[in-house]
Design a protein around this ligand. Structure first.
Ligand code: GDD
Ligand code: MN
Length: 394
């Protein structure tokens, strides 16, 4: 699916161009949509009067959301409603909306008031100041989610880490790649073929668009007032499928795209800290498990030695490797949050370490020490990259 360029007189369908086209994808939002249109219109009538349009794209909702939406068009002249009966899906709904849009800036917002409308003005000014893409993010200062279950938080973070691993050149550029609330300059995606797979249209925009400058605005993802989320396991499967498609078609496998240069200096410091951790691990293992000292069982000693080494590494990394980042977040709650994330990432790194060690030792190089070195190298790159993006958010 492609978005057309704007001609001087307006769009390819021949009408005057305007500043913002905001697409609202809906599926069973009958009880929300009236409020959404009213609040968005009020806000945009104030910010950019007469220079915006709202485009509701409804997938033939069984609760007839499209009917309520169509009835609103008399009251709100800048509202368009598209009722799709042949296609379904969040991403394709957004793209279809953008295809009929007249705006120089294309935006998307959910139709259930979970995305606070007041952020729109901050997104608009970020675009004004030159950003190609302005993303409302839950993971920057001022961002957050209201009462999300631990499972949903874990899944969301897990999806983010998976994305960072499979598609660093794309996922590494925004703190909230899952966001469904953003604005993009039409020129950044005009003429580009966007694949309407899955739930995450933002991946397509960053992965395929000509996006050089990205701005992020923190927002708190609110609780739904009516209806329920349509996110199911299928969306998560779609998401992985989407990452792999993007990786293959954009060749961003592991290759750090030109916009995200690999911080070698920081990586070297991280590696040195890791070495000190190996030294701490070995020393504690000796003190706890050697027959001449406490002679504790090996596994218990290793777990304790590993955890003490992780604490050692965190303190050095926080005070040296990432000092420039952590210096302005010294409150205890920030440090504790960073430590917990660092710990979880490193424990996952430990699991990866053991898996790679066994894989290499049993199938590639039958020398346990060389296999262990390779495993430590893989785990160190994992620990560095994911901590860079998740714990210190560089
Ligand atoms: N047209 C259309 N077709 N709209 C859909 C479909 C669909 O198949 N599925 C969902 N929608 C609409 C919903 O009506 C809602 O307006 C919006 O897309 C988001 O759907 P939810 O089911 O409410 O998703 P969520 O709240 O769990 O997550 C949303 O916010 C996250 C954070 O920004 C989604 O936008 C996620 O993609 C996003 O990561
Ligand atoms: Mn929602």
């Amino acid at each position: 699916l492609q978005i057309s360029e704007l001609t001087p007189s307006g769009t390819s369908i021949g009408n005057k161009s305007i500043h913002l086209s905001l697409v609202i994808p809906t599926y069973k939002e009958r009880d929300n949509i009236k409020n959404v249109v009213r609040i968005l219109s009020q806000l945009l009538d104030e910010a950019i009067p007469g220079n915006y349009e709202l485009i509701i794209v409804d997938d033939d909702s069984p609760d007839r959301t499209w009917e309520v939406a169509q009835s609103l068009m008399e009251v709100y002249p800048q509202l368009q409603v598209m009722r799709r009966q042949q296609e379904r899906g969040l991403s394709s709904a957004v793209i279809r909306g953008w295809q009929v849009a007249r705006g120089r800036v294309l935006g998307v917002i959910d139709g259930d008031l979970q995305h606070p409308p007041e952020i729109l003005t901050q997104l608009l000014s970020a675009i004004e100041q030159g950003a190609d893409l302005a993303v409302a993010s839950r993971h920057v200062e001022g961002g957050g989610v209201s009462s999300w279950s631990v499972v949903r938080r874990f899944l969301s973070r897990g999806a983010q880490v998976l994305g960072l691993t499979i598609l660093p050149g794309v996922l590494g550029r925004v703190s909230d790649p899952m966001s469904g609330y953003f604005m993009v300059r039409r020129s950044a995606i005009a003429g580009v073929t966007l694949n309407p797979v899955g739930y995450k249209i933002l991946l397509e925009v960053i992965g395929r668009g000509k996006v050089s400058e990205i701005a992020e605005v923190g927002y708190v993802f609110c609780e739904r007032k009516q209806g329920e989320s349509k996110v199911t396991w299928k969306q998560y499967v779609d998401y992985i499928h989407h990452l792999l498609r993007l990786r293959i078609s954009t060749g961003r496998l592991g290759k750090i795209s030109q916009k995200v240069d690999f911080p070698i200096g920081r990586f070297l410091r991280f590696g040195l800290v890791g070495l000190s951790g190996v030294f701490v691990d070995m020393t504690v293992l000796y003190l706890l498990s050697d027959p001449t000292t406490l002679a504790w069982p090996l596994t218990r000693s290793k777990i304790l030695a590993g955890e003490i080494a992780i604490c050692n590494n965190f303190l050095w990394n926080d005070a040296w490797t990432f000092a420039d980042v952590s210096v302005n977040q010294q409150e205890w709650r920030h440090r504790l949050k960073r430590f917990l994330k660092f710990n979880i990432v490193c424990l996952a790194g430990l699991v990866l370490n053991v898996l790679v060690l066994n894989l290499v030792f049993n199938f590639l190089i039958p020398n346990r020490y060389i296999a262990n070195l390779i495993a430590i190298a893989v785990a160190t790159i994992w620990n560095f990259w994911v901590n860079l993006k998740l714990s210190w958010r560089v």
